[in-house]
Write a protein that binds this ligand. Structure first.
Ligand SMILES: Nc1ncnc2c1ncn2[C@@H]1O[C@H](COP(=O)(O)OP(=O)(O)OP(=O)(O)O)[C@@H](O)[C@H]1O
Ligand SMILES: [K+]
Ligand SMILES: [Mg+2]
Length: 679
């Protein structure tokens, strides 16, 4: 998302939120938030009393009833406004995304090979389309032919173009992005309405926003408190009449509204929406609020190596023949073993051979079949009709393969592989039948700034484990260079899952970042799955978050936002309940002061009259909501420290503060009301 597009809460968003606040008055909408719904019911009761003051047979006091009615109305509008404002930024983002999704034309390649121009929304999964320079990519897909530079700024806000190519982990393209050079053929991977852009629009609009388990639990607590105070207030009526005090209905409503947790009730959904929104501002698309909250409690993070910690564009950079094998034979066999290998690694071998001058016509595919690479087998190759079988693959895999065929490992091979691995490269061993021919050096580099970021994670108390399909020595080199806490090498996709399950069994919450199709199952198993945007569609589907900048350490921001979200909710709940307790002591003495003069002793705040006490408390109760909107939206500050220290600090700040702030606020309002001669 472009930085300008997220640009802060502007006037227009505030204006729209103001309108939405009134739309949300619909009782059907209000009923979703029981605390505020009670306020609305109270509002209707006092509204009736404002029009027919004697309707419940009490002595008429129209002005007072009207005053209570107006304050109650403001309370509801403030709460609705908080929610609408939090939703507003997402809506604005969704609108600009929709502009990206203008109806594009697509060049559909038909069965006979001819091209038909169709609207992008007519495309279905499996269709093949041609996208040429300056064309918008009509929808999500996998490149099946070609290499192209692609401008993804519409989605990522990043102006530098990226190279995408068929095969491997860099083959997925997103609808709405633009091809700026060359051409590609893509196989459509999303039906209409289900593309990444469609889902992003849904998400930022909050169309699919569901309450998280934490929100539901807190919501239940708030409802229980509301019921308790409803009972307290109703039982007060007979007690009052026992001491000959008649409590006006409007006063009872005001008391109830002051006591029930309206502050947190009014801000709760805004806190959740704003948390999700903050994640989006870091260019991470979270598919659910639950995952953002889970991120706040993460203990362990699992990362894959290639494409996540390293750049992942592994290229053949050297061919090292085994003893007794000529450079020519190794080169030729390496190339032949890669003839059908459409992964970037495979193509880089062919490319490398070309560069060092292997003639083009030396490549003869006649009568051969390709053995595709998979993360399970960890090798690839070519079988020829004359019985010649060429393979290349991970060191340990090839060792087993050779052993199985009665071959032997030449002296010096291990050293050659170790040499490559110590440099952080990936060694691929090339074989012909049961003969080992040599080693291919696939070069890869660690992304910059990793060490500092993992150090930050450590401060947060989060352990990082790198889990890779590569050999132990390469893994160790990269792990050391990147500064992860631990690593697991030679991992197949199911090993990645078992590592996650093992951690989860110890009661830990696990995050996983990855980019490959082989990472997809693990991304789904983790509590928080963060896929790289450069990764495959399978990985993006399985994950519950996608980082548009493809920076695995972005998990740090997500964790901070998650922690901040949980803390903000806790802090405001504490503050809200402490507030309500304070209001109780402001109102109750005032209510009984006239009938029971001894109660004056309890009127420690020295409020002017019973009515001014109640109106001041009710006004404070309303005004505190908009005053806390900025905090709810921005979140309370998170500084990495131990959970118990954090808890103590917040209890002191928001609990004790929550008791004192209303005393001061109510007193100030009471004084103002007297000065302004309202009471
Ligand atoms: N095209 C290929 N042909 C043969 N072997 C390959 C090919 N690509 C990779 N390998 C070997 O298979 C191993 C496993 O590859 P895989 O893609 O599953 O994991 P990875 O990308 O190395 O690690 P990570 O899980 O960190 O991304 C690699 O380490 C390499 O030794
Ligand atoms: K309240
Ligand atoms: Mg990978």
């Amino acid at each position: 998302m472009s930085k300008e597009r997220i640009a802060n809460v502007n006037k227009n968003i505030v204006y729209e939120a103001g309108k939405d606040a009134f739309k949300k008055l619909n009782p059907k909408v209000m009923a979703r938030n029981p605390v505020m719904f009670v306020v609305e019911v109270g509002f209707f009761i006092t509204l009736i009393l404002s029009i027919y003051p004697g309707v419940f047979g009490e002595s008429a006091n129209r002005e007072y009833n009207i005053a209570v009615t107006i304050i109650l109305f403001a309370t509801i509008i403030f709460a609705n406004f908080a929610e609408a404002l939090a939703e507003g930024r997402g809506k604005a983002q969704a609108n600009s995304l929709k502009k990206t999704k203008q109806d594009t034309k697509a060049k559909l390649i038909q069965k006979d090979g001819s091209i038909k121009i169709v609207d992008s929304f007519q495309l279905r999964k499996g269709d093949i389309v041609l996208v040429e320079a300056n064309d918008l990519i009509p929808t999500d897909g996998e490149i099946i032919e070609g290499v192209a530079a692609i401008d993804e700024s519409a989605i990522t806000g990043e102006s530098a173009s990226v190279i995408k190519e068929s095969g491997g982990d860099f083959s997925s393209v997103t609808g709405g992005t633009k091809v700026i050079s060359d051409f590609i053929k893509i196989k459509v991977s999303a039906d209409p309405g289900e593309s990444f852009l469609d889902r992003m629009i849904h998400l930022v609009e909050g169309a699919k926003r569901q309450k998280t388990p934490n929100e539901i639990a807190l919501g239940t607590l708030l409802v229980s408190l509301t019921i308790i105070f409803l009972l307290v207030c109703t039982t007060l009526v007979p007690i009052a009449s026992y001491v000959d005090v008649t409590l006006p209905t409007a006063t009872m409503v005001a008391l109830l509204v002051c006591l029930i947790p309206t502050t947190i009730g009014g801000l709760l959904s805004a806190i959740g929406i704003a948390g999700m929104d903050r994640v989006t501002q870091f260019n991470v698309i979270a598919k659910s609020g639950k995952s953002v909250e889970a991120a706040g409690d993460i203990n362990t993070i699992i990362l894959d190596k290639t494409g996540t910690i390293t750049h992942g564009n592994r290229m053949a950079s050297d061919l090292i023949p085994a003893s007794g094998i000529s450079q020519e034979e190794l080169t030729q066999c390496a190339v032949y073993a890669s003839l059908y290998d459409d992964t970037p690694e495979g193509r880089s071998v062919v490319e490398f051979a070309r560069k060092i001058g292997v003639p083009e016509n030396a490549l003869n595919k006649a009568g051969s079949v390709g053995i595709e690479f998979s993360a399970e087998t960890r090798m690839s190759g070519t079988d020829f009709s004359d019985g010649k079988r060429l393979r290349k693959g991970a060191v340990d895999t090839i060792m087993k393969y050779i052993e199985h065929q009665g071959g032997r490992v030449p002296a010096g091979l291990k050293d050659a592989c170790d040499e490559v691995a110590k440099k952080g490269g990936t060694p691929l061993v090339v074989t012909e039948g049961n003969r080992i021919l040599g080693t291919i050096h696939l070069k890869d580099t660690v992304k910059p700034g990793m060490k500092e970021r993992f150090e930050e994670l450590r401060k947060m108390g989060i352990k990082s484990i790198m889990c890779t399909g590569d050999n132990p020595l390469t893994a160790a080199t990269i792990a050391k260079e990147a500064g992860v806490d631990d690593f697991i090498a030679e991992a197949k996709p199911e090993d990645k899952i078992s590592v996650i399950k093992r951690e989860q069994a110890e009661g830990k919450l696990v995050a996983m970042t990855g980019d490959g199709t082989n990472d997809a199952p693990a991304l789904a198993q983790a509590d928080v799955g963060l896929a790289m945007n450069t990764g495959t569609n399978a990985a993006k589907e399985a994950a519950n978050m996608v980082d548009l900048d493809s920076d695995p350490t972005k998990i740090i921001e997500v964790v901070s936002i998650g922690k901040q979200l949980l803390m903000t909710r806790g802090a405001l709940t504490t503050f809200s309940i402490a507030n309500d307790v304070a209001k109780y002591f402001a109102i109750i003495p005032a209510m009984f002061m006239l009938a029971i003069p001894q109660m004056k002793a309890l009127n420690i705040m020295g409020l002017a009259t019973p009515q001014s006490a109640i109106l001041s408390a009710l006004l404070f109760n309303a005004i505190i909501i908009p005053l806390l909107i900025p905090l709810a939206m921005k979140g309370v500050k998170y500084v990495p420290m131990s959970a118990s220290r954090l808890l103590k600090r917040n209890l002191a700040l928001y609990g004790v503060g929550g008791v004192f702030v209303p005393f001061i606020g109510i007193k100030v309002i009471d004084l103002l009301l007297v000065v302004l001669k309202v009471v």
